[in-house]
Design a protein around this ligand. Structure first.
Ligand code: NAD
Ligand code: ZN
Ligand code: ZN
Length: 362
């Protein structure tokens, strides 16, 4: 029996989102039906609504979620009804070239639910990142459900489903930040501040937050930045060099998604340092114009970071446990809790820089 529930959709490019009735099928083979308890508003949801990801409207938005498994289809063994889960957007296949060479976090063949959720008139919905969790219930591939300790609050645990995991992983996994490193993070939104929290967790000695907005920089200090730079009035490359004995940072993390910021991250880096690109560019952006001799001569690595190179089954339970032990203040990312009907306003607050995360609680 299909389920008729409330969900938030984007019908067309730039159009305000709508709360409407959606139809969610019962789970088929390999699928799970999840009762959503909380879902954060990520900048990527806004990118979908603005047509910045693709044109497959209508989208069922929301992808940073936690909830309880309500039902599973035949052959599902990793979760059962009643499990408290964080949803992930990279359910690994176990069989592709990357999985077989022991790198499942880079899986080339991740999957989502096969059945489609629809509008009441039968129009198929495109769930954001294969999840679609601004809804009372959603249908996902069972591998997209990662069980974690149910002692964590849903509005906190769900954040690991996207931006916070991407930021922490950009530091810990892609950037391989080590004890004593210097780290510069460009863009101190939800993702960038999570990168700062990750750098602190790893024992970085110098952590420099860069943003255009002083409110974000105050949050950056709260998450562990030892220095902050407002790039609207201070040249960030010189400021980062000044904070690192003239050398530049060992790891520079771009968490904006802009060529000029990538250029700054490239030159703010010490010799043999690492640049991590975790901000998502639009399809028309091109790489910054950097002389090839600078790329060669400075050594080190430039690394894109999808989902912080996380493996959800390994990393979500671990980070929830660190949070429950008081070592990872995930609750500080929750600027406000809102209802399903409040997402358009939450987008505006995100654009105005007033929040790190607005989280829908159901
Ligand atoms: N790689 C991934 O897997 C992944 C996952 C989630 C989000 N993202 C992306 O990460 C980016 C950040 O997401 P978010 O949710 O933190 O967004 P956000 O809007 O909360 O944060 C972006 C921050 O960048 C700052 N900023 C803008 N221009 C800047 C500049 N020139 N210099 C310095 N700072 C600047 C803004 O003031 C803001 O604080 C987005 O592009 C998002 O799509 C990537
Ligand atoms: Zn695979
Ligand atoms: Zn996201």
């Amino acid at each position: 029996m299909a389920h008729s529930v409330q969900g938030v959709i984007a019908r067309g490019k730039g159009r305000p989102v709508e709360l409407t009735t959606i139809i969610v099928p019962d789970p088929g083979p390999g699928e799970a039906l999840v009762k959503v308890q909380a879902c954060g508003v990520c900048h990527t949801d806004l990118h979908y609504r603005e047509g910045g990801i693709n044109d497959d409207f209508p989208f069922l938005l929301g992808h940073e979620a936690a909830g309880v498994v309500e039902a599973v289809g035949p052959d599902v063994t990793n979760v059962e009804p009643g499990d408290f889960v964080v949803l992930n957007w990279r359910a690994v296949c176990g069989n592709c070239r990357s999985c077989l060479r022991g790198k499942p976090h880079l899986c080339f063949s991740t999957h989502n639910a096969k059945q489609k959720m629809t509008l009441a008139d039968g129009t198929q919905l495109s769930p954001a990142l294969g999840i679609g969790a601004f809804a009372e219930k959603t249908l996902v591939a069972a591998g997209q459900c990662t069980p974690v300790n149910p002692a964590a609050k849903p509005e906190v645990a769900g954040l690991l489903g996207c931006g916070v995991m991407a930021g922490i992983g950009a530091s810990l996994l892609t950037g391989e930040v080590q004890r004593g490193h210097s780290v510069a993070v460009f863009g101190c939104g939800g993702v960038g501040n999570a990168a700062i929290a990750g750098a602190r967790l790893a024992g970085a000695a110098t952590i420099i937050g860069v943003d255009l907005d002083d409110r974000k920089l105050e949050w950056a200090k709260q998450f562990g930045a030892t220095h902050t730079v407002n790039a609207s009035n201070t040249e960030p490359i010189a400021a980062i060099r000044a904070a690192t004995n003239g050398n530049g940072a060992d790891v520079c993390i771009e968490a904006v998604g802009h060529p000029e910021v990538l250029r700054q991250a490239f030159y703010a880096r010490d010799l043999a340092g690492t640049v991590v690109q975790v901000g998502v560019p639009t399809p028309t952006m091109t790489m910054p114009d950097i002389p090839m001799i600078d790329f060669f001569g400075r050594g080190g690595a430039l690394k894109p970071s999808w989902y912080g190179d996380c493996l959800p089954s390994r990393d979500f339970p671990l980070l929830v446990d660190l949070h429950l032990q008081g070592r990872l203040p995930l609750e500080d990312f929750v600027s406000e809790t809102i209802g399903l009907g409040d997402i358009e306003e939450a987008f505006h607050r995100l654009q105005r820089g007033e929040v790190l995360r607005s989280v829908v609680v159901l």
